[in-house]
Design a protein around this ligand. Sequence first.
Ligand code: GLY
Length: 375
Amino acid sequence: MIQFVLEADRDLFEEAFRFAQQQVRKLIEAHPDFYPMYTSNGHWKHEGPSWTHWCDGFLPGMMWMFHKKNGGTAATDKYWLEQAIRYTTPLEARKHDRDVHDLGFLFMSTYYRWYQLSHDQKLRDTIIEAGKTLSLRFKENGQYLRSFIGEDSIFIDIMMNVGIIFYAARETGDRRLRDVAQRHCLTTRRVLVRGDGSTAHEGIFDVATGEFLRQATQQGYRGDSCWSRGLAWSLYGFSNSYEYSRDPRFLETAEACADYYITHSNSDGVPPWDFNAPPESRKLLDTSSAAIAAAGLLRLCRLLQDPVKGHYYWSTAILILRTLCEKHLAKKDKKWEGILKGGVYHLHKELGVDESVMWGEYFFVEALEQALLQL
Ligand code: GLY
């Protein structure tokens, strides 16, 4: 019976992986050299604003995964390699981008994957440079990497980016860089992760004294609520930081976030956009949170000593992926250009609500790739 389920899942996930390749291929043939962020009525090209410029790594990131995993012919592998290089190379200049806190998203999805294949030192140098640039956001007063919003603001999302500073520290032996990354994680854990494992999206500091003032939000329901994508970023980000640092506090935090996610999401594994929004509003799901959580749980389960808990996280990730494949793939809607329906970008600004979102696509593909390695 268990074998039967695993085989059914494998077929389901392989099929979803093929569908993802088809959709990305159609997108880049229809709109060459365009880096979309979210769909509008299922279409990637539209006039809507981006709010902040953080998503350009996800499209090429998927291409690197397609190239690596490809079940197709050698010609298909070559196609994805060429496209991945074509879409990755223009990002290089962003290693000096001081306007965003998203250099981990941009470079670990692209240059890091490229470097793992080619071992070209120039690629590694680009990642290190980007890590150094991100570290310049560190505020001694308060001990955090500031968000793109302002000097006084920390975001939970930065947990997904701090890994590039750990990476740069490891590759260069620069202890100050490692210290910046470590202290940012400890501050995030203290001010944004609550005792029950839920998370706040944003925190506000007094820049003059470094005193932490309050929890806040940009994209969640309110400052004291738990925005589901923030929780998923935290689950994944603390797992990743534990992998670099081996600091047991980060593993403990990742587990607390995972347990909150599992006990508060719907029984099929997909959460509302914010766990504490009013009941009517909670009917709006965010499949991108689910995709990130599945990818994060697949990382976290490898790091645990306890095999029972590891299996619990693994099975939850599989359940989430099964739900995404069975209920949320855009397959039946021939006009829809994305892979996964039902993502939410910024509800208050009415950007990408109940749409496909590029990070949802990327982490869905990553989770499928990781699950398929072990099924
Ligand atoms: N600002 C990153 C996100 O929308 O998750």
